[in-house]
Write a protein that binds this ligand. Structure first.
Ligand code: FAD
Length: 351
């Protein structure tokens, strides 16, 4: 069965919902297709103790403030899921859950969107599929030899599963710091990072990150000197559990091991450490396999874009993923602005 919509939004996480909000406001005909059976995007799958790096009101999508979570300054993931469930319902967004897009093809005037339950034809497509489904693990020597447990951030839920074990957490970003902090007191944790951890100042949260990312984009757009953006401030937001573990001296990092062996890790000084589990907190890549057939040009390691629009094809927009789709587009507070820009460009194109 083939259906039609002016716009097909692929992905119904926060980025897809923000797109839906603005498309609806502009009176545009659209549908959102989301592979997951329930609303909430990737937030449904994060580890239990995860806290946002901003207070609720600064983690809001367009139109509706995220309510505060009782007893928490920075809400947990379950609170975000509840907010997104409510958001989708409140605005009556036409999200079809449990529909996975396999491939988008160019059919001349239209784009054909093939799914696991039928085909859509659309005049434009917004891709908002996030990164959670593409965990990245670096090619480290001995990784296949190691007989212990290996998992990525996406598989980590809570520290109980590691009680009493020797665990190496790899990665000097927010996930690595938060998961290492989460494990302290439960497991014997070693935190391995490629360079010494760089904490943002304790009073910096998502608001500051958003403003900094916006200022950088403005400077670049206006041909001024690159301010360095968020990366200049540091890598790790000192959310309360991370700050507590760090201040208690429990978050000492050591330079990355040189290889894994059958039983553990080998360090640059030649020493060996027996290890039960390695948790790779080594990031993500954009989930874009569904666009492979369009053969879009890449620039700086990403699909080439002007704002949110694919440079090669004005019918295609990207939301979320990373700063390459707009300042802080991969955050709750940041995606609203880029979604608004995308919706306006789509309106103009459809007209
Ligand atoms: P997702 O939430 O991943 O949603 C994408 C949706 O697309 C999913 O439902 C998926 O099933 C669907 N999909 C994927 N492929 C297909 C397909 N082919 N067909 C159909 N559907 C598909 N941001 C903040 O603002 N504050 C924070 O504190 C914060 N903390 C973070 C902590 C971690 C550990 C991580 C990883 C990210 C954090 N972020 C934070 C960043 C960001 O807000 C989240 O990653 C967020 O989930 C991104 O939303 P999204 O809509 O872009 O992607």
């Amino acid at each position: 069965m083939t259906r039609r919509a002016d716009v097909v939004v692929i992905g119904g996480g926060q980025a897809g919902l923000a797109a839906g909000y603005h498309l609806r406001r502009l009176g545009i005909d659209f549908v959102v297709l989301d592979a997951r059976p329930a609303p909430g995007g990737a937030w449904q799958h994060t580890w239990d103790s995860l806290r946002l790096f901003s207070p609720a009101a600064y983690s809001s999508l367009p139109g509706r403030l995220m309510p505060a979570q009782e007893g928490q300054t920075c809400p947990d993931a379950a609170h975000v899921v509840a907010y997104l469930v409510d958001y989708e319902k409140r605005y009556g967004l036409p999200v079809q859950h449990g529909v996975r897009v396999d491939a988008v093809h160019d059919e001349g005037t239209l784009l054909r969107v093939g799914t696991d339950s039928g085909t859509w034809r659309a005049r434009t497509v917004v891709s908002a599929t996030g990164t959670w489904t593409r965990p990245f693990v670096p090619a480290v020597e001995g990784r296949r030899e190691f007989a212990g447990r290996q998992l990525h951030t996406v598989q980590y839920k809570d520290p109980a599963a590691f009680a009493g074990q020797r665990v190496v957490v790899v990665g000097g970003g927010n996930s690595g710091a938060q998961i290492a902090a989460d494990l302290t007191g439960h497991a014997q944790v070693t935190w391995a990072t490629r360079r010494p951890p760089r904490y943002l100042a304790d009073d910096i949260d998502g608001r500051v990150l958003f403003d900094t990312a916006t200022a950088r984009r403005r400077a670049l757009d206006e041909g001024r000197t690159d301010t360095g953006g968020v990366a200049f401030l540091g890598d790790i937001v000192a959310v309360p559990p991370v700050r507590a573990a760090r201040d208690a001296g429990l978050l000492a990092a050591r330079p990355m091991f040189t290889r894994l062996t059958a039983t553990g890790a080998q360090w640059a000084d030649g020493s060996q450490q027996d290890v039960d589990a390695v948790i790779w907190c080594t990031g993500f890549r954009p989930a874009l396999a569904h666009l492979a057939g369009l053969r879009l040009r890449a620039a700086r390691g990403h699909i080439a874009t002007d704002g949110t629009r694919a440079t090669d094809d004005p019918r295609l927009h990207f939301l979320g993923y990373g700063d390459w789709t707009g300042p802080a587009s991969a955050t709750l507070i940041g995606v609203g602005r880029t979604a608004r820009e995308a919706a306006r460009e789509i309106r103009d194109l459809l007209a």
